[in-house]
Structure formats: C-alpha cells, structure tokens
Design a protein around this ligand. Structure first.
Ligand SMILES: *[C@@H]1O[C@H](CO)[C@@H](O)[C@H](O)[C@H]1NC(C)=O
Ligand SMILES: *[C@@H]1O[C@H](CO)[C@@H](O)[C@H](O)[C@H]1NC(C)=O
Ligand SMILES: *[C@@H]1O[C@H](CO)[C@@H](O)[C@H](O)[C@H]1NC(C)=O
Ligand SMILES: *[C@@H]1O[C@H](CO)[C@@H](O)[C@H](O)[C@H]1NC(C)=O
Ligand SMILES: *[C@@H]1O[C@H](CO)[C@@H](O)[C@H](O)[C@H]1NC(C)=O
Ligand SMILES: *[C@@H]1O[C@H](CO)[C@@H](O)[C@H](O)[C@H]1NC(C)=O
Ligand SMILES: *[C@@H]1O[C@H](CO)[C@@H](O)[C@H](O)[C@H]1NC(C)=O
Ligand SMILES: *[C@@H]1O[C@H](CO)[C@@H](O)[C@H](O)[C@H]1NC(C)=O
Ligand SMILES: *[C@@H]1O[C@H](CO)[C@@H](O)[C@H](O)[C@H]1NC(C)=O
Ligand SMILES: *[C@@H]1O[C@H](CO)[C@@H](O)[C@H](O)[C@H]1NC(C)=O
Length: 484
C-alpha cells in the first residue's frame, strides 16, 4: 500500500528556496509533497497562501500512478524506464541497493548541495526506506544535510525515523509524536539554525492523507457530512469489476489533511518572520491521484485514468504573478529540473528526462515551450501465489481487498502517450497483456473517459500515436522532450 491520493489536487509537500536567479539574490526553495488532497475543500489556507499567491497548474500529471516509482521520478527527474524503479517492493528497486548506487546518487538534492544549498528532508521517503537488507536506517541519501525520514510506509504514530542515520522510535502522544507536526517543527528549527549566507531547500513529505488516515485529535469530527465526489465515471461498472465503495475514506483523508494545511500556514508565517518569504519558492504537489468509486473501482490508484494520474501543483515565488491559472501540461519529472534551474544548475549537465517549467510560471525570468507529447507508464503488481482469502482468484493479481475485487495484476502493465494543448486532448494506451489491449480517449469530448474510441478513430492517428509511444518508451534526456 502506498500513498493515497484523491483526484487531481494532491499533496506530498516539497518546499524549497531557490538561488541565484538574479545576481546578488539568493532564493530559497520549499517543496511540500503531502500525499493527496482535493484542494478545493479541506486545504483552504494552502489554496490561499500558495495558489492565490502564485500559480495553480490545472494540468499536472504523474508519469506513473504508484507511490515508490512516482517518488523516484520526483527525485531524479526521470521516467520509470530510466530510473528502473518498477513497483513498491525491494525487488522492484524501491529504495534498493541498485537504486542507491545508481539513480539516487544523481537525484536533485546532490546538485542542490553542490550549489551550497542547506537541505532538509522530513517525512515519508520511499516505501522500503530503512530496511535492514537495503542499508538500514544508517543509509542517508547523498545531498541531504538534515535527514528525518520515516522507515517504511505511511504511519502517523508508533513509527521509527532515521534521524541523520540513527533510529529514533516514536509512540503515540499527539504532542510529542504526530508525524505531520513533528516534521514541521523540525523544519522550523532548521530555519532558525540555518546559515544566512546560503540558500536552503526543505522537502516536507507528510504521509497525510495516506491511510491509515489518522487525524489530529482536534480534527477528528470534521467533514462528517462529506461524501466521495460523484463525477462522470462514479459507479459506472468497468469491464471486470463489481461495485464496492469505501465511503469512509474521503472524510478521514480530509481530516488528516487539515494538519497539512496548518503546516503550510506555519511555514509561510515563519518564512515571513525571518524575512525570507519573498526569496522563497514554495511548491505543493503529490505523488499520484486516487479513486473512490470511479468505474466502480474501490479505492486505490495504479490506473491510467485521469483520477489517478492527475496531481495538484501550486507554486509561489519570485517572478510568479499572483492568482494565475496555468494550463500548460507539466509532469512530476519536471520538478527536479525546475529546482535545478532555479538554483542555477546548467540543465544540460544533468541529463534529466523532464524540463524546467520556470518559463511557464515566470515568463519574465525564462523563455521556453512545453513538450507536445508525454508518457505515462506503469508496471502492474501481482502476487506470485494465490491469495488464500480469495480462493476463486488465480495468482498474478493484487490489491484484492476488501472484496476480492482486484485493482492490479501483472498484466495491468501499460504505457500511454498523451497530448494536451489548446487544440486536442488525446490519450493513447497500450497494455502488455495477452490481448495487447489498446485504449484511446478523446478527453475534449469525453472528459470522464467513458468511451474507448479505438475502433472509431482515424487509423492514421492510431499509427502516429503508436510510433510516438515506441519512441517515448525508450527516450532518455533530450529525446523525451523532442517527440514530434
Ligand atoms: C533495478 O535497477 C538496476 C539498475 O539500477 C537495473 O539493472 C535492474 O534491472 C532494475 N530491476 C528491475 C526489476 O527493473
Ligand atoms: C502504539 O503502540 C502501542 C503499544 O503497542 C499501542 O498500545 C497503541 O495502541 C499504538 N497506537 C496507535 C495509534 O496505533
Ligand atoms: C510542535 O510544536 C508545537 C509548538 O511548539 C507543540 O505544541 C507541538 O506539541 C509540537 N508537536 C510535535 C509532534 O513535536
Ligand atoms: C526581498 O526583500 C528584501 C528586503 O525587503 C530585498 O532586499 C530583496 O531584494 C527582496 N528579494 C526579492 C527576490 O525580491
Ligand atoms: C483570485 O482569483 C479568484 C477568481 O478569479 C478570485 O475570486 C480571488 O479573489 C482572487 N484572489 C486574490 C488573492 O486575488
Ligand atoms: C551548459 O552545459 C553545456 C554542456 O556542457 C554547454 O555546452 C553549455 O554552454 C552550458 N551552458 C551554459 C549557459 O553555461
Ligand atoms: C525571451 O525571448 C524574448 C524574444 O526573443 C527576449 O526579448 C527576452 O529577453 C527573453 N526573456 C528571457 C527571460 O530570456
Ligand atoms: C516488483 O517487481 C519485481 C521485478 O520485476 C517483481 O519480481 C515483483 O514480483 C514485483 N512485485 C510485485 C508486488 O508485483
Ligand atoms: C491477466 O492476468 C490474469 C491473472 O493472471 C488472467 O486471468 C487474465 O486472463 C489476464 N488477462 C489478459 C487479457 O491477459
Ligand atoms: C475530439 O473531440 C473534439 C470535440 O468533439 C473534436 O473536435 C476532435 O476532432 C476529436 N478528436 C479526435 C481525434 O477524434
């Protein structure tokens, strides 16, 4: 189980400050990446303090809708076929030794550290982080000066943190241990202790609103009347799935997000009080979307549909005009190049697949165009053996809770090419299953993806999309941005 995100606006927080955009100015970066959030409701302060003070990207996507591969893309600026993190298991490279020796050594904090950034990490890192067979808690990824990382997957209490390589056990006292508040408090101390000579980068990655959705005591009664959103695909049966829905999940997630909203407010206040707010870029995003009943799928991510691949992205900072809505599509692999761009790294030395979106949000600082086509790729997860609680199902499937309705399988492996501009909004996907299944959606006429138009669309369009997909699936660096 990984990070749960709802629909489009998520939060796995990253904060930072950027440097050296203008001679003589130092810019800081704050990146907030909480797991998910429907920004429109529970995150009022975040919307005001980041979105209305800066830019709201309405077409932000993850290049893979699963936590560990997506987080690995955020860290490296690479598509999964280049960082080679396939799933949430150690055997799929989630925080594995090969990951540590390869992609992690080239992740963005390494570059920021070379630019003399003081760096802080707090929260959930990668699902398998801290395992004994993968370096234990003593493995501190390069580039981080202050490291407060959760061992394993999401928890709010009773967790272990690696604090600069030493294990620190926590219990379940709200005042002492609630993880969202604890990482905020430590980031505030980091700001007090920083050297004013150099810029800083803070990444806060609260597990909220991932399950187990533990809210702070003062928020446990909120949102009792809220239901999962009934959008166009809600409760429309998909091909193989019957209707089940966990109505409880949404209010609980929203409750857990209220502490993230407080986190944003406290950080912004702190930056203001130390006179760094006008020098700091603040990013708010998440690692994947989430569904609650769409196509009658229970609760999860991992699918190619909008509700799982769209993520929230709000950014404020120098050169970004307040209250802008930006339609240009941006990807989670673009975060790392954007951080490096702001910090003054020559991007052609980093060979990342993504591209900086500084030009889209601050045209007074940079010129640049967006790429016309991008890739979303996913490797299905499965269990090699039969699940004893679901005796009717064979091996090869997974995420079959709570009712033996499976949301994933080894053959739920797919790759999609997407184009999204003023003229067209088209998604073309191929599955690696025994049928080589193809799904094509015209999002302009069918925003809820109710009709697969593969049999209706002009074959020349299918052929062109297939060719682009082949190129994107093996692209590296520049070639990922230059598909025609
Ligand atoms: C894990 O990553 C290494 C390189 O970092 C790669 O050689 C290996 O094939 C990857 N494993 C999987 C399952 O993709
Ligand atoms: C934390 O662990 C203690 C001891 O095992 C247990 O009693 C308590 O219920 C746990 N708290 C939470 C919130 O899981
Ligand atoms: C965080 O700091 C606040 C203010 O000092 C304090 O009330 C709270 O208990 C702290 N929480 C944690 C988990 O450290
Ligand atoms: C931020 O404000 C300070 C003090 O008013 C000023 O010196 C600095 O140039 C400002 N920075 C930016 C990026 O505008
Ligand atoms: C931002 O724009 C919205 C919609 O146009 C408007 O309602 C709101 O007042 C604006 N906020 C600010 C801070 O300007
Ligand atoms: C960035 O690096 C590339 C490759 O090393 C070099 O050709 C280019 O001149 C550099 N650009 C700047 C602005 O320094
Ligand atoms: C963007 O391009 C225009 C036209 O080529 C140029 O005048 C302007 O200075 C450029 N802006 C930046 C920030 O590079
Ligand atoms: C993760 O990927 C590895 C390598 O492809 C595979 O052996 C393993 O079964 C996958 N894990 C799951 C849960 O699918
Ligand atoms: C997908 O895998 C499942 C479980 O192994 C199998 O029952 C099903 O036939 C496969 N479907 C396709 C289209 O390959
Ligand atoms: C998608 O739908 C729009 C609006 O109906 C239409 O103009 C466009 O031609 C369609 N595109 C394709 C590829 O079918």
């Amino acid at each position: 189980m990984c990070n749960y995100h709802i629909t489009s606006l998520l939060g796995y927080l990253l904060f930072g400050a950027l440097v050296r955009l203008h001679a003589g100015t130092r810019l800081n970066l704050v990146c907030l990446t909480p797991l998910v959030s429907l920004l429109q409701t529970p995150m009022k302060k975040t919307k005001e303090l980041i979105g209305e003070a800066g830019a709201t990207f309405v077409n932000a996507f993850t290049v893979t809708p699963l936590c560990c591969p997506s987080r690995s893309s955020i860290l490296t600026g690479r598509y999964p076929h280049n960082h080679e993190v396939r799933n949430n298991s150690l055997s799929g490279n989630c925080s594995s030794v090969q990951w540590q020796q390869g992609p992690e050594a080239l992740a963005f904090p390494v570059y920021l550290s070379k630019q003399k950034y003081q760096t802080f990490f707090g929260g959930k890192y990668l699902n398998q982080y801290g395992r004994k067979d993968a370096g234990d808690v003593s493995h501190v990824p390069p580039g981080w000066d202050q490291w407060n990382a959760l061992v394993g997957n999401s928890q709010y209490y009773n967790y272990t943190l690696s604090v600069n390589g030493k294990a620190e056990q926590h219990g379940d006292s709200y005042e002492k241990d609630y993880l969202t508040d604890l990482i905020l408090n430590r980031s505030l101390s980091f700001l007090d202790d920083r050297s004013p000579q150099h810029p800083f980068f803070i990444m806060l990655a609260p597990p909220a609103p991932h399950s187990p959705w533990t809210a702070a005591p003062q928020y446990q009664k909120e949102f009792s009347n809220v239901q999962a959103p009934r959008d166009g695909s809600f409760d429309k049966p998909g091909k193989v799935l019957h209707f089940t829905l966990n109505q409880n999940a949404l209010p609980l997630r929203w409750q857990a997000l209220l502490s993230v909203d407080d986190m944003v407010e406290k950080l912004v206040k702190k930056l203001d009080s130390i006179k760094e707010l006008n020098n700091t870029y603040i990013f708010y995003t998440s690692d994947n979307g989430y569904h609650t009943g769409q196509f009658s799928l229970p609760i999860d991510k991992r699918q190619l549909y909008e509700f799982d691949i769209r993520i929230p992205l709000l950014v404020r900072g120098p050169g970004i005009k307040p209250n802008q809505t930006i339609k240009a599509p941006v990807l989670n692999i673009d975060l790392a190049p954007t951080f490096l761009d702001i910090s003054g790294v020559n991007l052609s030395t980093a060979n990342m697949d993504g591209q900086s979106f500084l030009a889209q949000m601050a045209p007074s600082l940079r010129n640049g165009t967006v790429r016309p086509f991008f890739l979303v790729e996913y490797t299905g997860e499965g269990n090699p053996t039969k699940d004893p609680t679901c005796p009717k199902l064979g091996p090869g499937v997974s995420q079959c809770f709570p009712d033996c309705v499976c949301e994933d399988a080894f053959n739920n492996t797919y790759a999609c090419v997407r184009t999204l501009d003023g003229k067209q909004d088209l998604q073309y996907c191929e599955f690696a299953d025994s049928e080589s299944f193809v799904e094509v959606y015209n999002l302009t006429s069918d925003p809820h993806q109710l009709e697969n138009i593969v049999k209706k669309v002009d074959p020349a369009i299918l052929q062109a999309m297939n060719q682009r997909l082949i190129k994107l699936q093996s692209c590296v660096g520049d070639s990922c941005r230059n598909i025609k």
